[in-house]
Design a binder for this molecule. Structure first.
Ligand SMILES: *Cc1c(COP(=O)(O)O)cnc(C)c1O
Length: 458
């Protein structure tokens, strides 16, 4: 088989800045050993996130010039609306400035104290918006999804029996909606099968509860269904997306992921009364319903991006390029969440650095080392991000996994960039015994990972 190539050629380039190891040592020290505090100009390859970091196409850029900035009834809105309707089959399409704005609107209407929202795994902003309303966010992931070393096709699936049991115990009147996140971002970018979407819908319907999709990576999920699930190999990506959304009563979306743009989102609904309430809230906090906090040009770029993201050549390259990085690391023995997900590779830092205990932040140690050695920026997802102190003993309670995420921006880096990232990691793995743990010297009371400062333990 021939190499799977980038399905585009490059028309406009953006230089990246090279630094020396000496310079990076100073930069990292000044940033308190926290890569979130490094200037992006000092990063060579930035794998901090795949959110809002996509390269837009020439057609999207021409759409930006062509955008209609009319306050009400903009032509760009109608193009956007038509595209989202075509994919989701939903009647009411509400633009928002990003995914969490759609979440805030739906959960401030549906949420509140005493309410529960099950999901395969809630993304942080989804959980935060639910909890902010006073409601509770519940994760009901299937068992294989919880084991990084098990290879399975659909590790993002919800545990359907657990959902049925949860609804019976909690009372259907306390569950305004059930959600499925496709793909499961917090669970390693693992896909959800069509079978699972159908079964979750059946259970929810039995109790009269609507199903919503957190659809940020709907096209990547559809591609996994096409190549892994029986009965879908001859269907087009659009047909698979349409079937996925056909089981849903609503969807939230961050266009910063699978709409290939730098800002934007939407809420899609079937119920007209709910859409009316959401639009009324949108007007107060985001903007008029035909722009929702975005410029007309943004809507134009989203519409075009949604079309491009469903191109099979694009998805083939996209999923393969993530898998390619994963394979290189696995062949060097580096422990990662298997199989590679759609948008990122997650390193298992506990197995990478068994000599550094969770309270000395093994993930942070890897993140710092790959910046020092190669100028690569990644993010720790472990005790720094999710560690909590016991109220009585003051001891750190660590999450189940210590991970480092390498998120791949869409259409931004070429194969040699990815080869370089693999080389940096493989080298670090060879001298892993030399890596040291860290301790925190400053932390904020909430979301500490963004601003914390560290010191190396000698
Ligand atoms: C990014 C993301 C969101 C939130 O979207 P923003 O545009 O960052 O507000 C919600 N859910 C999932 C699964 C995401 O990946």
């Amino acid at each position: 088989m021939k190499t799977i190539i980038e399905p585009f050629r490059i028309k406009s380039v953006e230089p990246i800045r090279f630094t020396t190891r000496e310079e990076r040592e100073k930069i990292l020290k000044d940033a308190g050993f926290n890569p979130f505090l490094i200037h992006a100009d000092d990063v060579l390859i930035d794998l901090l996130t795949d959110s809002g970091t996509s390269a837009m196409s020439s057609k999207q850029w021409s759409g930006i010039m062509d955008g209609d900035e009319s306050y009400a009834g903009s032509r760009s809105f109608y193009r956007f609306e038509e595209m989202v309707k075509k994919i989701t089959g939903m009647e009411f399409i509400i633009p928002t400035h990003q995914g969490r704005a759609a979440e805030r609107i739906i959960f401030s209407i549906a949420g509140g104290p005493g309410k529960y929202f099950p999901n395969n795994t809630h993304f942080d902003t989804t959980r935060a918006n639910i909890e902010f309303s006073g409601a509770e966010a519940v994760d009901l992931l299937n068992e294989t999804g919880k084991h990084p070393e098990i290879r399975a096709d659909f590790k993002g699936d919800m545990n359907v029996e657990a959902l049925d049991k949860f609804i019976q115990e909690t009372g259907k009147e306390n569950i305004p909606l059930v959600m499925l996140t496709v793909t499961n971002n917090s669970g390693g970018g693992q896909p959800v099968s069509m079978k699972n979407i159908r079964e979750v819908k059946e259970v929810a319907s039995k109790y009269g509860i609507p199903l919503f999709l957190d659809a940020c990576r709907f096209a990547e999920n559809a591609y996994f269904i096409k190549i892994r699930e029986e009965g879908y190999k001859d269907k087009s990506i659009l047909e698979i997306c349409q079937e996925m959304f056909s089981y849903a009563d609503g969807a939230t979306m961050s266009a910063k992921k699978d709409a290939l743009v730098n800002i934007g989102g939407f809420l899609a609904l079937r119920n007209s009364d709910l859409a009316m309430s959401c639009r009324n809230l949108l007007i107060v906090t985001e903007g008029f319903p035909t722009y929702g906090g975005l410029a007309g040009r943004d809507l134009e770029a989203v519409a075009q991006g949604l079309e491009e993201v469903m191109d099979e050549n694009y998805l083939h390259y996209r999923i393969r390029s993530t898998e390619y990085l994963g394979e290189k690391m696995l062949s060097a023995g580096i422990p990662i969440i298997e199989p590679p997900g759609g948008h990122a590779i997650y390193i298992d830092a506990k197995r990478f650095l068994p000599h550094i205990p969770p309270h000395q932040f093994p993930g942070q140690s890897i993140v710092c080392e790959i910046y020092l050695d190669g100028g690569v920026r990644a993010v720790e997802i472990g005790s720094v991000m999710f560690g909590k102190y016991d109220k009585v003993t003051g001891k750190l309670k660590s999450p189940a996994m210590e991970l480092v995420r390498l998120a791949i921006p869409r259409r931004v880096y070429t194969q040699s960039h990815i080869d370089y990232v693999a080389e940096v990691l493989i080298e670090a793995y060879e001298y892993k015994e030399k890596l040291k743990g860290y301790e925190i010297t400053y932390e904020a009371p909430m979301l500490r990972h963004f601003t914390a400062r560290f010191k190396q333990i000698n």
